[in-house]
Write a protein that binds this ligand. Structure first.
Ligand code: ATP
Ligand code: MG
Length: 358
C-alpha cells in the first residue's frame, strides 16, 4: 500500500565503539549504503548503563556526520542482564488477547518489577508437545536502560523507531549471509568488549539465548595487571601494536609474554562458552551442535577460534556480516571493511529491520 518500505539505519551502541550501518534494497539484493564506527571512551557505558550520555551523543553525531548519513530513523539494540528473553507456553489465543493478558502472565517469568520493564511478545506457533498450547517468546528490558538509549539517540537528532536485542540482530545478520541447514544446530556467539551474546539456532530457529559478562576487556585487563602497564598500553599490546615514545619504560615486554596471557584468557573464554552450552544441553533434548559461528571484535584475537575448537571439539569459524551484501568498490575500501567486519554484525542485522516488521 505504501510502496517499498523505508529503510532504517542500524545503530549498535557498544561499550567500546559505536557502529552504524545502512543497507538498501538494490536491484540484485542488498547493497551497502554506509558503514562506519567510532570509538567510545571507556567508562562511558558500564554494565549496559550510560555513565556519560554526553559522550555517547557526541560519538553518534560524529559518526552521522563522518558517514554523511541522511536517514534519521534508527533501529538499535540492548543486551546484558537488563534484558530477559523467555520462551513460554500459553493456551492458544489471538495476538490481541495475548497483548492484553501478558501483563498478568509475565510476572512469574521476569525477575524484575513488572512496572520497571518494557515488554514485547511474539507468537512462535503451536506447541508440538502440548495440545491447545502455543509457544510464545517474551522479551523484557529494564525501562531505565531503554530510556538511556532513547534519550541519547534523540539528543543526537535521530528517531529511535525499533528497539531490538543484540542476539536477535546477530541472528538476522546470520540468516542473510549463511545458508541454514534445517537439520542442524548452530551456535552464534558475538564476542564484544564486555559481553558475549550467545544464540543457539536449531534449524534456523532461536532456541536458547544467554549473555556472558566477559569479552575483550578481560584480555586487556589481564595484560595490564600482569605486565604492569596502563590500560591503553595493554590494549595496544593486545592488538599487536608496539609500545614506543620517550617515556616508554616497558621495552622489556616481549611479545611472548603477551601471547601467553592471551592464550590463557582464550582458555577461560572458551570454558565460559562451554558452560553455556552445557547449560543448554541440560535443558534441551539431546542435540549435537554442528558449528560455532563467531563475530564481535574479540573474535579477532589470535588463537580464540582454535581454543574454542580445542576445548569444545566443535568446528568454529568467524562470520562475515557482509558476505551476501553488494559492496561498491569505488565507494568503500574493501580491505578495511574486511578488517573491521567482525565488529559490524549487530549493526548490519539491525539495518535489515524495516518499519512495521515483526
Ligand atoms: N584485531 C583485534 N585483536 C584483538 N582484539 C580486537 C581486535 N580488534 C578489536 N578487538 C577487540 O574487540 C573489542 C570490541 O569489539 P566489539 O566492537 O564487538 O565490542 P562492543 O560492541 O564495543 O562491546 P560490547 O558489545 O561488549 O559492549 C574490544 O575489546 C577490542 O579490543
Ligand atoms: Mg557489541
Amino acid at each position: 500500500m505504501f510502496g517499498k518500505s523505508k529503510g532504517l539505519i542500524g545503530l549498535d551502541i557498544g561499550s567500546s565503539s559505536i557502529k552504524i550501518a545502512e543497507i538498501k534494497d538494490g536491484k540484485r539484493g542488498y547493497e551497502l549504503n554506509s558503514f562506519g564506527m567510532v570509538p567510545l571512551q571507556s567508562e562511558a557505558i558500564v554494565d549496559g548503563a550510560f555513565m556519560n550520555t554526553g559522550a555517547v551523543v557526541d560519538a553518534i553525531m560524529d559518526l552521522i556526520q563522518k558517514e554523511k548519513i541522511k536517514t534519521r530513523d534508527v533501529a538499535t539494540s540492548v543486551s546484558g542482564h537488563s534484558v530477559i528473553i523467555k520462551k513460554i507456553s500459553l493456551p492458544q489465543m489471538t495476538e490481541e488477547e495475548l497483548e492484553e493478558s501478558i501483563q498478568w502472565e509475565a510476572e512469574q517469568y521476569i525477575p524484575f518489577d513488572i512496572n520497571d520493564v518494557n515488554m514485547d511478545v511474539q507468537i512462535l506457533g503451536e506447541d508440538d508437545t502440548d495440545v491447545g498450547q502455543m509457544k510464545v517468546i517474551l522479551v523484557a528490558a529494564k525501562k531505565d536502560i531503554i530510556n538511556d538509549y532513547v534519550q541519547a539517540i534523540s539528543e543526537a537528532g535521530l528517531n529511535p523507531i525499533i528497539m531490538d536485542v543484540d542476539c536477535f540482530a546477530i541472528e538476522n545478520m546470520f540468516e542473510l549471509n549463511y545458508d541454514i541447514d534445517p537439520g542442524q544446530t548452530a551456535v552464534l556467539a558475538n564476542v564484544g568488549a564486555s559481553i558475549v551474546n550467545i544464540n543457539i539456532l536449531k534449524g534456523g530457529v532461536s532456541t536458547f539465548t544467554r549473555d556472558i559478562n566477559m569479552g575483550g576487556n578481560q584480555f586487556t585487563e589481564e595484560i595490564q595487571k600482569q605486565l604492569n602497564v596502563s590500560y591503553e598500553e595493554a590494549e595496544a599490546l593486545k592488538l599487536g601494536g608496539e609500545l614506543g615514545g620517550p617515556s616508554d619504560t616497558t621495552e622489556a615486554i616481549i611479545p611472548q609474554e603477551v601471547g601467553g596471557i592471551i592464550r590463557s584468557v582464550c582458555e577461560t573464554l572458551a570454558s565460559e562458552i562451554q558452560r553455556s552450552l552445557d547449560f543448554y544441553a541440560a535443558t534441551s533434548v539431546e542435540d549435537q551442535i554442528a558449528k560455532i559461528y563467531l563475530c564481535g571484535g574479540t573474535s579477532k584475537v589470535p588463537g580464540l577460534t582454535t581454543a574454542i575448537e580445542g576445548k569444545l571439539g566443535i568446528a568454529t569459524e568467524i562470520i562475515n556480516p557482509f558476505q551476501s551484501i553488494e559492496i561498491d568498490e569505488k565507494r568503500f575500501d574493501i580491505n578495511h571493511l574486511q578488517e573491521i567486519a567482525p565488529m559490524a554484525g549487530v549493526s548490519v542485522g539491525l539495518s535489515l529491520r524495516r518499519i512495521g516488521d515483526k
